[in-house]
Design a protein around this ligand. Structure first.
Ligand SMILES: *Cc1c(COP(=O)(O)O)cnc(C)c1O
Length: 216
């Protein structure tokens, strides 16, 4: 199946309120253009250097989402153009995004990454740190916290994955109940997006299911 066909099938399969981020990390400009020509405009990358090169080379109506772990000293390279940063996982990083956004006369939309997996290695805030960071962000006029992002444990155990998504959705709902105007819940990848959507995701980040396996 071609990249264009994969995109078309995915868009038919997912509900309209769910936004598809095509994760194009490690993929070439040609492959990205196949998805672009099928109508896809939102792409996700996990390395600032790669994303910036692609942003320079590819059509300017592409919206670039940073989905990976971000080092503070690299924020300046994406601040002029990045559309959404999914992986905000420290107050220090949020302050740096605010600073670089200000330099570019922008307000940069961000998601707070929440630690929902059992694995130690995954980045992200606890629920309590999330509350604190949202409080802190009220003093940062050049960032806008638009929602939450999470990655489930890498496991075959569907029950466990579902539980982790339920936990993240509950935190999201709780914040909205406290009048924090969140609109994006980014959860679900190639292996678990149907489960994520069933648990309330409205933004999925899909790579290999569109572009095929990655050769690192
Ligand atoms: C690579 C990546 C994805 C996409 O993974 P697939 O399994 O290829 O769909 C989604 N989210 C993040 C944060 C990633 O790094």
């Amino acid at each position: 199946m071609s990249i264009a066909e994969n995109i078309t099938i995915l868009l038919q399969e997912i509900p309209q309120h769910v936004q598809l981020v095509a994760v194009s990390k490690t993929k070439s400009n040609e492959e990205i253009m196949q998805a672009y020509n099928a109508g896809q405009r939102v792409f996700g990358e996990n390395k600032i250097q790669d994303m910036t090169r692609k942003q320079e080379e590819l059509p300017k109506d592409i919206q670039w989402h940073m989905i990976g772990h971000v080092q503070s000293n690299k924020v300046k390279y994406m601040a002029p153009y990045v559309d959404l940063i999914h992986g905000v996982d420290s107050p220090k990083l949020l302050k740096e995004i605010n600073k670089q956004a200000q330099k570019n006369n922008r307000i940069i939309p961000c998601l707070l990454q929440i630690h929902i997996a059992q694995e130690e290695s995954k980045f992200g805030f606890s629920a309590e740190e999330c509350h604190q960071t949202i409080q802190m962000a009220t003093a940062l006029p050049h960032v806008q916290i638009k929602g939450l992002m999470g990655m489930a444990t890498f496991t075959e155990d569907q029950k466990q994955i579902a539980q982790e998504f339920v936990g993240l959705k509950a935190l999201y709902d709780q914040l909205i109940e406290q009048n924090i105007p969140l609109e994006i819940l980014s959860m679900g990848m190639s292996g678990d997006y149907p489960l994520a959507i069933a648990q309330g995701s409205n933004m999925i980040r899909v790579g290999s299911k569109i572009f095929g396996p990655r050769n690192y």
